[in-house]
Ligand binder design. Structure first.
Ligand code: AP5
Length: 246
């Protein structure tokens, strides 16, 4: 199945998809993925978007694209946001809401969307709800991925990412075909700046504090689906699909 083009929304709000998502469900699904740093949200978002023909919107990827050397999208607010990200702290809500708001077209995508890393606070969830109400669309599911901490740390410490096309690998669980090089675009793989042990500890603490109220907020709305995140990415994807269909 062909993957939708993800470059457009990474490059900026004004860029149009050259290969727009093709909807495969009628009506399309609109999903939010929750879970600790490194639990595998990005990996699942990729699988879900390929299956659904949906738009994958990751606020972390947008921030990392803005942080990349030579990025021309770096406003003062984004520079401050990148600094928060490098420390493992949450970026202020308003900066994130502006970033997502600029990509309103992605939220109106005919294939639906998979939000990965947004919302992260109740204030962001309320803003998303208000936006969707104005557009006359609704969320279908909020998948909350759960995994013991030691396995999450293993996933994070072996992660390698492609600075070009944003593909994600793991040294042992999902290695590239040629060591150190991206299968898709050949770029040299990197360790993410915020995957250093000290920053991982901060990210976990920040996650614990912000996620609990968010989970409760979505549970009260009847949208929350807990998904155990053990096993291979394909097994977790099938579990997600089955949980939604049950
Ligand atoms: P963000 O990019 O959203 O990071 P995160 O939530 O910390 O999540 P990660 O991207 O680290 O992990 P993931 O769950 O996507 O796992 P992945 O699929 O890569 O945010 C980064 C920062 O930006 C935040 O800390 C914050 O500062 C800021 N930010 C972003 N959004 C914000 C917001 N809305 N508000 C405020 N601030 C915001 O997988 C991890 C590894 O495991 C990979 O190596 C992968 O290959 C491997 N793996 C995946 N699945 C499996 C499996 N089943 N088995 C074995 N290995 C696996």
């Amino acid at each position: 199945m062909k993957k939708p083009d993800r470059k457009a929304w990474l490059l900026g709000a004004q860029v149009i998809c050259t290969d727009p998502p093709q909807p495969r469900l009628d009506p399309p699904w609109r999903l939010v993925l929750l879970g600790a740093p490194g639990v595998g949200k990005g990996t699942q978002a990729d699988l879900l978007c390929t299956r659904l023909g949906a738009c994958h919107l990751s606020t972390g990827d947008i921030l990392r694209a803005a942080a990349a050397p030579g990025s021309c999208n770096r406003t003062p607010a984004l520079s401050a946001a990148v600094d928060f990200m490098h420390r493992g702290a949450l970026v202020p809500d308003q900066v994130i809401l502006d970033l997502v708001g600029e990509r309103g077209r992605c939220l109106r995508c005919c294939g639906g969307f998979v939000l990965d890393g947004f919302p992260r606070t109740v204030a962001q969830a309320e803003a998303l709800e208000a936006y969707m109400k104005r557009e006359g669309v609704q969320l279908d599911y909020v998948f909350n991925y759960e995994l013991p901490l030691n396995e999450i740390v293993d996933r994070l410490s072996g992660r390698r990412v492609c600075p070009g096309c944003k593909a994600v690998y793991h040294q042992t669980h999902q290695p590239p075909k040629k060591a150190g090089l991206c299968d898709k675009c050949g770029a040299r793989l990197l360790i993410r700046d915020d995957d250093q042990p000290e920053t991982i500890r901060t990210r976990m603490k920040v996650y614990e504090e912000a996620n609990r109220p968010l989970v409760e907020w979505y549970r009260a709305k009847g949208l929350l689906v807990n998904v155990p995140a053990y096993g291979t990415p394909e097994e977790i994807f099938l579990r997600t699909w089955t949980c939604a269909r049950d």
